[in-house]
Design a protein around this ligand. Structure first.
Ligand code: AMP
Ligand code: GLY
Length: 425
């Protein structure tokens, strides 16, 4: 079969690699893709938000299945555009993708269906938000309602900071229309865990757990980024935690969406905080995490196409999802200055070292071919250097060793990805 993947980051590279391993697939296209994806798929220069062109391409090329990797097109309704033309597509439709597209919607859903999450209030009037803050306990968390490239969350330690945050989000519109509404919620403490799942509208199957490192610098310092590295599984995601989440969070979320007439098919990514009072939902995403996919998908034993087709057909209950009993660590190589400002266009050397290195992967996030056919940096996050190991420590040592195989000017990385694992001993 022929498969089209929509997106251009490390996550889409990881999806493409799993799709390439499927026994059902003869040809992979990726729109728009990047230089790394271009090694295993044919990249097509169509933007992720150009729905008409994506649909036309799928029709003209008799694509059997389209997989949407990114949040923006999902929230914007790309799945509806494909389905309207009778095309097979993996991902939630617009009505369901609101689970990620509106934090206010997600919070109200959790409240209505008793799914554990932080206490909160929603606001569409900045004056009301400012008045609420006067009596609120600090620290407090402000969230722009809509998509904001993972940057629309402000953790405020003082009333002054919080007031300035309301000004930025709702009045100055720092995150654009994402700030037309805002959630103000209780600050929680605990370990964070990412759990990705396949959902067919009714049945949910959980993937191996993971943990992201969102801050730019070692020791969780610096600005929030799209993610500087991940490890999987999380030693903090115990059997006990899993049992609680299955009962009170995962299935209830799927059932709640169905009850609201927003049947969810695709990936639900649960961002969880393991608090003293038990696991609580920080956020939902309607797609694979990036760079969580990079440490989860290569360990999945199932044929990804069979799992995705089961989600579309509503037969996920017949799938036994299995993961290798090992670990993976992904270290993001970024361009120095990310996430604020950075240069692009530096030649990347050493990629060939991954060719025959079993258990080592170099997922491209921001790369492209220049006019001379060289692979050059083309983004803040450039590569996700990823390695397997028998356990997390071995995987971490392997991943950091492999970061030395790659060279490009202004190469920057965190040196403590997976260090939290040591606390679990
Ligand atoms: P989100 O995009 O909602 O996952 O938020 C981004 C990050 O902000 C999370 O990964 C947490 O580290 C932090 N965060 C979000 N909500 C809270 C909260 N209620 N309490 C503490 N930290 C939070
Ligand atoms: N790594 C976090 C995310 O994909 O949203």
């Amino acid at each position: 079969m022929k498969v089209l993947i929509v997106g251009s980051g490390g996550r889409e590279h990881a999806i493409a690699m799993s799709v390439a391993a499927s026994s059902h697939v003869d040809k992979i296209y990726c729109a728009p893709g990047n230089a790394g994806i271009g090694m295993i798929a044919e990249c097509v220069p169509i933007g992720a938000m150009e729905f008409d062109k994506q649909v036309a391409f799928a029709k003209e090329n008799a694509i059997d299945l389209t997989i949407i990797g990114m949040d923006d097109p999902l929230v914007g309704g790309i799945v509806d555009a494909f389905e309207a033309e009778g095309l097979r597509v993996f991902g939630p439709n617009k009505a369901a993708a609101i689970l990620e597209g509106s934090k206010a919607f997600a919070k109200d859903l959790m409240k209505k269906y008793n799914i554990p999450t932080a206490e909160y209030e929603n606001f569409d009037d900045p004056e009301a938000a400012l008045a609420y803050l006067e009596t609120a306990k600090m620290p407090i968390v402000l969230k722009a309602d809509g998509l904001a490239l993972g940057k629309g969350v402000l953790i405020c330690n003082t009333l002054e900071e919080a007031k300035a945050g309301v000004q930025q989000i709702m009045m100055d519109k720092k995150f654009g229309s994402a700030g037309n509404q805002m959630v103000i919620e209780e600050f929680m403490t605990g370990r964070e865990v990412s759990v990705l799942s396949f959902v067919d509208g009714r049945t949910i199957r959980i993937m191996s757990s993971a943990q992201d490192h969102k801050r730019a610098q070692d020791g969780d310092q610096g600005l929030n980024t799209g993610g500087m590295g991940t490890f999987s599984p999380s030693p903090f995601y115990t059997k006990e935690v899993d049992e609680f989440c299955q009962k009170y969070i995962f299935q209830p979320t799927v059932d709640a969406m169905a009850a609201e007439g927003r049947t969810f098919k695709g990936i639900i990514f649960f961002g969880l905080m393991l608090t003293e009072d038990g696991p609580k939902v920080l956020e939902y995403n309607a797609r694979f995490g990036d760079p969580e996919a990079q440490v989860v998908l290569p360990r999945m034993k199932n044929d990804i196409i069979e799992v995705m087709e089961a989600c579309i057909d509503g037969t996920l209950d017949q799938i036994d999802l299995q993961f290798e009993d090992n670990a993976m660590v992904c270290v993001v190589l970024a361009s120095d200055g990310y996430p604020v400002s950075y240069e692009k266009g530096f030649v990347i050397r050493g990629l060939e070292k991954f060719d025959d290195a079993e258990g080592y992967y170099c997922f491209h996030a921001g790369s492209k071919l220049d006019e001379e056919g060289r692979i050059v940096t083309n983004g803040g996050r450039v590569l996700g250097v990823t390695a397997k190991g028998a356990d997390l420590k071995e995987a971490r040592a392997n991943a950091y060793q492999a970061t030395e195989w790659i060279e490009f000017d202004n190469k920057y990385m965190r040196h403590d990805i997976g260090k939290a694992i040591d606390d679990a001993d």
